[in-house]
Design a protein around this ligand. Sequence first.
Ligand SMILES: O=C(O)CCC(=O)C(=O)O
Ligand SMILES: [Fe+2]
Length: 348
Amino acid sequence: MGGLDEDFIQAPEHRPNTKLTNSGDFIFSDEIPTIDLSSDRDKTTIATEIAEACERWGFFQVINHGLPSDLRRRVEKTAADFFILTAEEKRRVKRDEVNPMGYHDEEHTKNVRDWKEIFDFFLQDPTIVPATPEPEDTELRELTNQWPQNPSHFREVCQEYAREVEKLAFKLLELISISLGLSGDRLKDYFKEQTSFLRFNHYPPCPNPELALGVGRHKDGGALTVLAQDSVGGLQVSHRSDGQWISVKPIPDALIINIGNCMQVWTNDKYWSAEHRVVVNTSKERFSIPFFFFPSHKANIKPLEELIREENPPCYKSYNWGKFFVSRNRSDFKKLEVENIQIDHFKA
Ligand SMILES: O=C(O)CCC(=O)C(=O)O
Ligand SMILES: [Fe+2]
């Protein structure tokens, strides 16, 4: 990535607290709830814990979630083996303006470049999305994954992990639906032709972690995110009550669940899609693997009628997921002059 180019420099108000970034020794808060998903626990009890976590934080960790730990080790190793390849080899599977899947080292969040490199792949291959963000344009496009030659078994391991993490995402969707007093399958149909994808994040050590971020502050756009982080730390969540940045403690084998924009809209602001960011440091590289659980391009996202009351009218207008998805992709790919799309733009 070279020296610290000005594209990486955050505005002063968005820079991290320097005391944390020099050593890579983060101070962790254990305030974010940890929820035990063991199958012998009562579903209603789990749903109650989820409801509280989604309202207060929009973030929680899960343990005993059923995702095999040996598979997690293998996918983490595979991701690391990919990022260690030469820049030339990685660029053979580089994403472009049309196809957002593959390798990329110039991702921008809110028009500031992130200190990271990534590899993305869709859960469903091909995945259907609108051809353009233009509202009147009804043309669709099929997007396909790009797979590197190396490491061998890369594709196999990725697909095996994707299948397992998808199972967990559907389990969480059911529990979240129950937690809202809805039937367990209420949200399932939105994912019939899902646009979900997985991402490998690699954050190399950074010479100026006080100026840059691994990922700038943002909210995830989809329904929910299932994130595997390694033991280094750096992920911070903004607390719903006061906006304070809280570091998310790495717990071995746990997964972090993060409520996305769609869930906030469906629940009419009952559940919270929290702003989060990644702080980097001078000495330790970090890896993470989010699964972004995204609806079908056809889904129109608006507050669920069952949750609307006279005293609680809809806070959002309906928006089309596919158009939101392609618009976001375009603005993440490179620096643009305009602000990228946010759910606040659909506030009623
Ligand atoms: O690396 C992490 O811990 C989080 C990354 C993230 O927020 C994202 O990729 O959307
Ligand atoms: Fe995120």
